[in-house]
Design a protein. Structure first.
Length: 72
């Protein structure tokens, strides 16, 4: 059975989260690490229905690019 996991990664000075489809948490972490070998895995958890619907992640193995901050 395949589940969706949210994997937190730390790359340089950025923290991001990635959603990965995998059979278990270890495989989800390995998939995220395979896409970004220089990244450090900070957490892995199963995707919840309520919170992740409000703040969806892309279902890929790569972290999203950060949005540009608007200046005042």
């Amino acid at each position: 059975m395949v589940f969706k996991y949210v994997v937190g990664v730390h790359m340089g000075d950025r923290h991001q989260s990635v959603t990965v489809e995998a059979e278990d948490a270890l495989i989800a972490g390995l998939k995220a690490k395979h896409q970004n070998p220089a990244a450090t895995i900070t957490y892995i958890r199963r995707q919840n229905k309520r919170g992740d619907v409000r703040h969806p992640h892309g279902i890929t193995g790569k972290p999203k690019e950060p949005k540009a901050k608007k200046g005042k």
